[in-house]
Design a protein around this ligand. Structure first.
Ligand code: ATP
Length: 322
């Protein structure tokens, strides 16, 4: 391997910059060149490349977002788009790729890697933590800390006014953010896509739960069954008109901000391991950390959506909010 093409793709997550830095510096350490590809597959199909050196990744480990920018690209879903991408890579003598992103990014990488002789290594960059092959994804720790900080603030005002707050957090298909933050913020209930019939459970708690609580917080993942915080709020108000109910959607603040120490270390470790993996002949795999060890998972396994919700954690929310 002489020259690596490096890109971030799909939704951004805090810690992507730390991963970029680790890939660039490790590659230079081993005498490999790095070409940054801007805006993910979009830039790959257009040849939007920028050479990277030690200096280009100075002072970015602590910054959220991604200096390489990110995008979604429909053209890369077509054989013509991928051919254009390959031509640009070849023209620039790029002989391997490192892509940082989520399941869409790895699906694209898997398709591309099957069509062309181009070794690709993926790094798990998403706040959702919904990939197989790693205990945690880059950005998840920062995002859940951002959520907990926000919910603590909401709790102050909820408590002062004796209100019930429905707080919506990110997670269209995954309730992992809601579950962790629900435990950490002492939520009275959580609603997540993986758990059906959550609304009935919530009604039950409100009906039969402790009456002397002055504030209540329900954490709702975007993709839960009833349709998100507004719908949950409407149903609660209909059934319990006496509660002073408010809705808060945390939105994109969950994706930004300085990465936590955990995310910086995770990103640095997998970033360095990506370069070493390419040197060792790995291809079409995602690199994660399982039980504190570097782990290699083929793209097709990493993107399988069966990250399971631990039922004990769901039960914990119930027990601890009594
Ligand atoms: P996140 O889940 O954090 O938003 P992601 O990596 O899953 O991140 P997507 O928008 O789903 O984000 O995917 C990123 C890009 O990967 C797409 O815009 C597209 O260019 C490419 N891609 C996804 N699926 C395919 C596919 N089946 N074939 C080719 N390219 C694909």
């Amino acid at each position: 391997i002489k020259k690596i093409g490096l890109y971030t793709s799909g939704g951004d997550s805090p810690g992507m910059n730390a991963a970029i830095r680790a890939v660039v510096r490790t590659a230079i350490y081993y005498g490999i060149e790095v070409m940054g590809i801007r805006r993910g597959y979009e830039g790959m199909t257009k040849g939007d490349f920028v050479p990277m050196n030690r200096k280009s990744v100075s002072n970015i480990i602590q910054r959220g977002g991604t200096i390489l920018k990110t995008a979604r690209c429909d053209n890369f879903r077509t054989p013509e788009g991928r051919q254009q991408a390959y031509d640009h890579l070849k023209k620039n003598n790029i002989d391997a790729l490192v892509g940082i992103g989520g399941d869409g990014t790895f699906t694209g990488a898997k398709v591309f890697g099957a069509e062309y002789d181009m070794p690709i290594i993926g790094l798990p960059g998403t706040i959702d933590n919904d990939l197989m092959g790693t205990d945690f994804t880059i950005g998840y720790d920062t995002a859940i800390n951002t959520v907990v900080e926000a919910v603590d603030k909401i709790r102050d005002t909820a408590e002062s006014h004796d209100r019930l707050f429905i707080v919506e957090v990110m997670g269209r298909d995954s309730g992992l953010i809601a579950l962790r933050t629900g435990i950490a913020a002492g939520a009275e209930a959580i609603l997540i896509p993986e758990h059906k019939g959550g609304m009935e459970g919530l009604f039950n708690r409100l009906e039969h739960g402790r009456k002397d609580k002055t504030s209540r917080i329900v954490i709702v993942a975007e993709g839960e069954e009833a349709g998100g915080a507004f719908e949950v709020g409407r149903l609660v108000q209909e059934r319990f008109p006496n509660y002073d109910t408010r809705i808060s959607i945390l939105g994109h603040i969950q994706r930004g901000g300085a990465p936590s120490c955990m995310d910086r270390v995770l990103a640095s470790r997998v970033g360095a391991a990506a370069v070493e993996a390419l040197r060792d002949g790995h291809r079409n795999e995602m690199i994660g950390i399982i039980h504190n060890e570097i782990a290699y998972t083929p793209f097709e396994h990493a993107i399988k959506h069966h990250v399971e919700i631990n039922p004990n954690l769901l039960k914990l929310v119930e027990i601890l909010s009594m």
